[in-house]
Design a protein around this ligand. Sequence first.
Ligand SMILES: *Cc1c(COP(=O)(O)O)cnc(C)c1O
Length: 489
Amino acid sequence: MSKESELRPMDAEQLREQAHKMVDFIADYYKTIENLPVLSQVEPGYLGKLLPDSAPNHPEPLQEILSDVQEKILPGVTHWQSPNYFAYFPSNSSIAGFLGEMLSAGLNILGFSWITSPAATELEMIVLDWVAKAFQLPHHFYSTGQGGGVIQGTASEAVLVVLLAARDKILRRVGKSALSKLVMYASDQTHSSLLKASQIGGLNPELCRSLRTDPSTNYALSPDALCEAISNDIASGLIPFFLCATVGTTSSTAVDPLPALGKIAKSNGIWFHVDAAYAGSACVCPEYRHHFNGVEEADSFNMNAHKWFLTNFDCSLLWVQDRSALIQSLSTNPEFLKNKASQGNLVIDYKDWQIPLGRRFRSLKLWMVLRLYGLEGLRNHIRSHIDLAAHFEELVRQDPRFEVITPRAFSLVCFRLLPRPNSEDDGNQLNRDLLDSVNSTGNIFITHTVLSGKHILRFVVGSPLTEERHVNGAWQILQDKASALLGNS
Ligand SMILES: *Cc1c(COP(=O)(O)O)cnc(C)c1O
């Protein structure tokens, strides 16, 4: 390359030219995404065979790299944005989210203290207040009181920071030596990120109560079971300190009864965290807000805007009632970060609300989403997916070979193919085979779970590009593969 054409780190005209090429590449990707196999079909280690074993010594042109992306990288990509993606939970991208990411990357600030970019802190406070208002969250979660909202990377980080805050709060009261006596409560449907948080937090693994749920309550956490566990633990000289409830569990979108759980937590002085990582987005629709009733009693509430709220990964929103609890656990104050605004307690320094020091300007992305779509656009987004899920559920119900397993609350349908009459198999192998068979087509991607020992298929509508024809097409594939499997018996 000549000196002229050499890519400098941040030359404005080169940026314009190269970024245009990248935007074109991404737009073309979206144009053809529907034709790509949703679930990547490569074998482990495939990429090592295609790429050189050391980095280039000399610069290479973007065009060459993009053609490698096309030929070597994309085959190893599972297309989460495909309209035929119905797996796990969605991870929404949107034009607004994409533009926000671009802007955030363009400014590339680290907003750990207010002074490092006042707009980053203040915009984050404002948009989290906006969302709190749109979700009708209680006023103690607003930044104007003792609490406030913060953007974490993921729900896993959110539950970790509140668990640490809750742990230290109780230990300040009962003494540090009581750490091994602290008890945490959740259900057997609670996301595994809570257990990881408890491991990091040094809790006694034997005192992480995973309360049994069953089909009679659609796998929701039972207040009676919680009361009983707490009484037993107190009688044994242990110290209950943390309860995690979920609105929209990962397996089946079960909704834990927040009002009753909140009351129990409060009367026992337990920190009450509500995890609504996926379903929280539905809070924006008045007709689904009732699922979140009782959040008023929560000490902390979390939802992932990056799941179902048109905000590109990562953007996990956490609200706390008492920000001082977080800050007491997570703040540090080294000399090199001291400044007048922080020392004078005039500002929020979000570094004290999270694990890392450095933090991205993620509020720009959420602000873009809120402004470019408006709350009404976001409501329509949620509603259209829930309607499509209801449509899919109806299709399943009409085919007597299948059964719907749990009542659908949001945009997840849990179902399975019924076992053949007089078959040795209880249906579990049959449904494993059906899952493999539909996913190996590359035309759709769905995932599974196990509930009460049954292997169940999960169908989640959530990709912004999904339309009714994709749902119908997916159902056709499921029916065809079911016929093929049943015909072989
Ligand atoms: C997805 C999910 C999580 C974990 O989310 P991350 O942001 O990936 O950590 C936690 N809880 C529930 C209910 C979820 O659906």
